[in-house]
Design a protein around this ligand. Structure first.
Ligand code: T4K
Length: 375
């Protein structure tokens, strides 16, 4: 039996490098609460992502919560987002005492459709969260225009888009705030971790308050906050992985090209869009399967790959409005049937990391050939 091949594989630093870096932490006994490595990593990430503010958190969900808390939005306000995302996006809105409202996705990019957002706006709307899903970037200019016109805050969930750029614009500089997940499943990771970025230095102190219970000093709690802090252990991993990350990204970029060549051969399969002027984060490789034209549905491919110990993922099916907690909520759309209701049954993420070897790619190709032959 082959070793299992998963959709993600964490980038892990050398253990000897990690223990060397942790010597100082052990000596100082400052293991969390804005320790030295944590602060070094914030400086390094701000430089790397070309933003003036980069605030670390203990995970991407906490980053979303800290971002929303830092904006001081009125309780019960509505936040428009996409249902084609990880549960965390909607849950973070709820956890901050706000209400998620779902809008449809664009047919091509699968990111939040600005026209659908415009339909979802009410007098209670306070913010929009766009998700750069699979690393495909939202139309940040159109979303900005809508938000400006209605006085709304704009946040980007860039959990999948670390390091992406659109021409001169780094992803972390889009919107009012952007959040990143640095979870082990992410190309650039700290095992568990998150990050909020901004181009406005004023946000720095608000975000620090939000991730540390709102504590300003020993005597003053300024605002509502959570424990969203990153430990020195995670920061050490982050510093070391920052040195290794571009190498992994280059491997994935080559794998994307190899996958694209295969996918292009099959009518009924659509490869993930390559956006003009975008340097991709290389977080996920997503395909869409049209069961009629291809000859088999997405689930058949998913199941058959498992026979070869290849574990693809149907991210993000089920979508948020299929979850019990959001079921029945409207998906605002400019179409009679929301695009996302059809798309959710067609998306499949293939294993995408440097552990994917030529024989894995051949096995995936063979499965596609076998199933497409079932026409
Ligand atoms: N916004 C968006 C758009 C997100 O996608 C996410 C997280 C967030 C916000 C919230 O960020 P965090 O709070 O999580 O930082 C995984 C991740 O746990 C989650 O971070 C991620 N998105 C989501 C898309 O994927 P699962 O339930 O699919 O994880 P799991 O355990 O099945 O891992 C996926 C594969 O990765 C496994 O098949 C094997 C491999 N793996 C995973 C881990 C944890 C490893 O090889 N080693 C590991 O240690 O959610």
């Amino acid at each position: 039996m082959n070793d299992p091949l998963y959709v993600s594989r964490p980038l892990i630093p050398e253990l000897s490098d990690l223990t060397a870096l942790l010597q100082g932490v052990w000596a100082s006994q400052q293991v969390t609460n804005e320790g030295s490595l944590h602060n070094q990593l914030e400086v390094a990430l701000a430089r790397h992502l070309e933003v003036s503010v980069a605030k670390l958190t203990c995970n991407g969900t906490a980053a979303l919560q800290c971002a929303l808390l830092s904006l001081d939005l009125p309780r019960g306000g509505e936040v428009i987002t996409t249902p084609l995302t990880f549960a965390a996006t909607a849950h973070a809105i709820m956890a901050c005492g706000l209400t998620p409202v779902f809008a449809d996705v664009d047919e091509v990019t699968l990111t939040l459709d600005p026209a659908a957002v415009a339909r979802a706006i009410t007098e209670r709307t306070v913010a929009v969260i766009g998700v750069h899903v699979y690393g495909t970037l939202c139309d940040h200019v159109a979303l900005r225009d809508i938000c400006n016109a209605h006085g709304l805050k704009l946040v980007f969930d860039a959990a999948h888009a670390f390091g992406a750029t659109l021409e001169e614009t780094p992803v972390g500089a889009m919107g009012d705030l952007s959040i990143f997940s640095l979870h082990a499943s992410k190309l650039y990771n700290t095992f568990e971790g998150g990050l909020v970025t901004s181009t406005d230095p004023v946000d720095s102190q608000r975000l620090r308050l939000a991730r540390n219970f709102g504590i300003e000093n020993e005597e003053v709690v300024r605002s509502v906050g959570i424990n969203g802090k990153m430990s020195e252990l995670n920061a050490a991993i982050g510093l070391l992985n920052l040195q290794k990350y571009e190498e992994e990204r280059a491997v994935r970029s080559a794998l994307r090209t190899a996958y694209d060549r295969i996918v292009e051969r099959f009518p009924g399969l659509t490869k993930q869009i390559r956006q003009v002027g975008v340097k991709q984060s290389e977080q996920y490789y997503m395909i869409r399967v049209d069961p009629v034209t291809f000859g088999a549905g997405r689930d058949k491919i998913y199941t058959r790959l498992k026979d070869f110990q290849i574990f693809s993922r149907r991210y993000f099916w089920p979508i948020c409005t299929d979850f019990e907690c959001y079921r029945g909520q409207t998906i605002y759309s400019v179409h009679e049937q929301p695009v996302v209701e059809q798309v959710k049954n067609t998306v499949l993420c293939l294993p995408f990391h440097s552990g994917v070897l030529p024989h894995h790619v051949e096995a995936i190709d063979a499965v596609l050939q076998e199933l497409s032959g079932n026409n």
